[in-house]
Design a protein around this ligand. Structure first.
Ligand code: NAD
Ligand code: TYD
Length: 344
């Protein structure tokens, strides 16, 4: 089995991936390498902190010496790169860290993987690199990237670097492009955990624009299972979309969430839209299903399961929402919510 460096493993999807791999494989060893930005949280890794197969190293993926030292010290043979700034709204406020981490940080990891001749470099990417997808169409892995937010552009840039290292240096890479993940340990700036935790507290749910934008909400555990499959059976040099193949309008997602939490629709507040808001993402998932994977959860099941986790785990999110998050919330939503209230 592999010795995996999971960069960004203290974040949402990375920590779920750590739990998934250690539960599934007895002989798997994992080193989480994470800068612990506002989104990195060691609470996400509490269930494995005593596991002898798990180690944590605090570090920045932009620091080549530190990455190299971690890879050597733990005899890493595989890097799975989850590290990124991941929230579109923050990328609109200030793109700088997005470019640093996803462009320079990915380059740094690729250089380490190349110089130490690692067995695999796997890049976690996103459906957002394809940009807005018109109704009736869905993105294939061979489609061109047309990112429209600084976040999506930083992720598409990383993908291009990863592919270039395969073509130029023969680096054994794979890429997965996932749709919107939901589930345990997602920082409550993203729509589903923000709406779930606001609903639990009886606070308004700030819905951008008409709320008819479409996303392919998938359960994070399903995504992790597919990443593992690509690590084992994916073809070197290839990219795989991972999603459900079913897109859901935001307002429909919200209705499922409110019903699951037994909260009224009157909490919905339409507020000023996100600039450049991508209306629709949609993935063609034929390539990953041909590899022998299909999601275990429908989007509705994923939303209900996620709502239940936030209802049952207030210990996890209350301390986040009572900290620096309050300043972010005021900057992002204060004016929007006051303007919406004035119009009522
Ligand atoms: P997240 O924001 O919850 O976690 C990101 C993690 O990366 C944090 O632990 C943070 O501390 C760490 N990090 C950030 N900059 C770093 C740096 N310079 N060096 C080391 N660590 C650093 O993000 P997430 O939602 O778990 O997303 C993980 C990955 O999956 C990202 O690459 C994201 O683009 C991608 N992705 C996310 C989604 C989604 O729905 N959340 C969907 C598809 C793809
Ligand atoms: P988000 O979770 O930020 O993911 P994405 O990267 O796909 O934008 O948002 C999911 C959808 O919900 C997206 O269409 C934007 C919308 N949204 C709102 O309407 N209000 C909000 O407060 C947030 C955070 C998102």
């Amino acid at each position: 089995m592999r010795n995996i460096l999971v960069t960004g493993g203290a974040g949402f999807i990375g920590s779920n991936f750590v739990h998934y791999m250690l539960a599934r494989y007895d002989d798997c060893r994992i080193v989480v390498y994470d800068k612990l930005t506002y989104a990195g949280n060691l609470d996400n890794l509490l269930p494995v902190q005593e596991d002898p197969r798990y180690r944590f190293v605090q570090g920045d993926i932009c620091n080549r010496a530190d990455v190299e030292a971690a890879v050597r010290a733990h005899e890493v043979d595989t890097i799975v790169n989850f590290a990124a700034e991941s929230h579109v709204d923050r990328s609109i406020m200030d793109p700088d860290a997005f470019i640093q981490t996803s462009v320079y940080g990915t380059y740094t990891l690729l250089e380490v993987a190349r110089s130490l001749e690692l067995e695999r470099y796997h890049q976690i990417s996103t459906d957002e690199v394809y940009g807005h997808i018109p109704a009736g169409q869905s993105s294939r892995e061979t489609d061109k990237v047309e990112p429209r937010s600084p976040y999506a552009a930083s992720k598409a840039s990383a993908d291009l670097l990863v592919n270039a290292y395969h073509v130029t240096y023969g680096l054994p890479i794979t890429i997965t492009r996932g749709s919107n993940n939901i589930g345990p340990y997602q920082y409550p700036e993203k729509a589903v955990p923000l709406f779930a935790t606001n609903a639990i507290d009886g606070l308004p749910l700030p819905v951008y624009g008409d709320g008819r934008q479409m996303r392919e909400y998938q359960y994070v555990g399903d995504h992790c299972e597919a990443i593992d499959l690509v690590l084992r059976r994916g073809v070197i040099g290839e990219t795989y979309n991972i999603g459900t193949g079913v897109e859901v309008e935001n307002l429909d997602m919200i209705e499922v969430l409110l019903d699951a939490l037994d909260r009224p629709r009157s909490l919905i507040r339409h507020v000023a839209d996100r600039p450049g808001h991508d209306r629709r993402y949609s993935l063609n998932i034929a390539k990953i299903t041909a590899l022998g994977w299909e999601p275990d959860h429908t989007p509705t099941e994923a939303i209900i399961k996620t709502a239940a986790w936030y209802r049952d785990n207030e210990w996890w999110w209350r301390k986040i929402k009572s900290g620096d998050f309050r300043q972010y919330y005021e900057t992002q939503y204060g004016e929007r919510l006051r303007a919406a209230a004035a119009q009522q």
